[in-house]
Design a protein around this ligand. Structure first.
Ligand code: 6PG
Length: 256
């Protein structure tokens, strides 16, 4: 494992996707332990979907990791969701439940699926935002502060469901929004950057060479390049930005 502490983000590079998944699971457990140790308060987490985090969630579901997490102190939200029912194979909540949440002792009322297949998506997004405002404490300004937002990254630099050239990128007031995404021809619901950037910890877990250009842009300081990749707008105001990568995803990253 190479620990490259760039000027701002912590960058953890592992040789393989499997080793990277374990490293990400380690950081997940550390964040929860920090927040819940010694009878501390609740730990508020936002999870992501896609294919990459499957191994991470499988590790967290194993006894090696699961027994180190105070699941009764965790509140689980989702950073984005597809416009499909909860029982659809494409649904992020379904995937995370089958791989992780069905296998750990977390009370059902602490799991908050994102309702992205409603008829009135704008109203559903507002309801989910209100739920977050009710359950996740704010600090300083009135933006709820997640303890950890877990994010993936697409090859073209989308994260959560914040895709290039979509209106949600410019959203500065709403914390959750829904939009039609032309490049995939589907509606999506997603956290916006104001909510993501208020978090104590934001962890990108990214593997695979197809993400290498987007990762290099996100870890670089070329403003023009950064403007092309939405993931580069993830810049926590006072939180820790962490990249957990495998060697393929990091192959174009040159530590300065
Ligand atoms: C989703 C995710 C999304 C994902 C990226 C990367 O709903 O798909 O939240 O943001 O993290 O699309 O997906 P892969 O992990 O499948 O490459």
């Amino acid at each position: 494992m190479i620990l490259v502490s760039a000027s701002e983000p912590v960058v953890l590079i592992e040789t393989s996707p499997e080793a990277a998944a374990k490293r990400a699971a380690d950081r997940f457990v550390e964040v929860v332990a920090e927040r819940t140790a010694d009878g501390g308060g609740n730990c508020h987490l936002a999870l992501c979907g896609g294919t990459t985090p499957g191994d991470l969630y499988r590790h967290l579901a194993s006894s090696d990791y699961s027994e180190r997490v105070a699941w009764d102190k965790v509140q689980i939200f989702f950073g984005d969701e597809r416009d499909v029912p909860q029982d659809d194979v494409e649904n992020n909540y379904r995937m995370v439940s089958k791989v992780l949440l069905d296998h750990v002792p977390i009370p059902l009322e602490r799991i908050h699926p994102m309702p992205a297949d409603c008829r009135d998506l704008a109203a559903a997004a507002e309801q989910y935002e209100n739920l977050i405002r009710r359950l996740v404490p704010a600090e300083g300004d009135d933006t709820p502060r997640f303890d950890l937002v877990l994010l993936g990254m697409g090859g073209e630099g989308h994260t959560a469901s914040l895709f290039p050239d979509t209106p949600a990128l410019a959203e500065r007031n709403r914390l959750v929004t829904a939009q039609f995404v032309p490049v995939i021809g589907r509606n999506r619901m997603t956290f916006t950057f104001p909510l993501i950037n208020a978090a104590r910890n934001v962890m990108f877990f990214v593997t695979g060479g197809d993400k290498a250009n987007a990762v290099a842009a996100a870890l670089g300081d070329d403003a023009e390049l950064r403007s092309r990749y939405p993931a580069c707008r993830v810049e926590p105001h006072s939180g820790q930005l962490i990249f957990v990568l495998d060697a393929a995803a990091a192959r174009n990253f040159q530590p300065t």
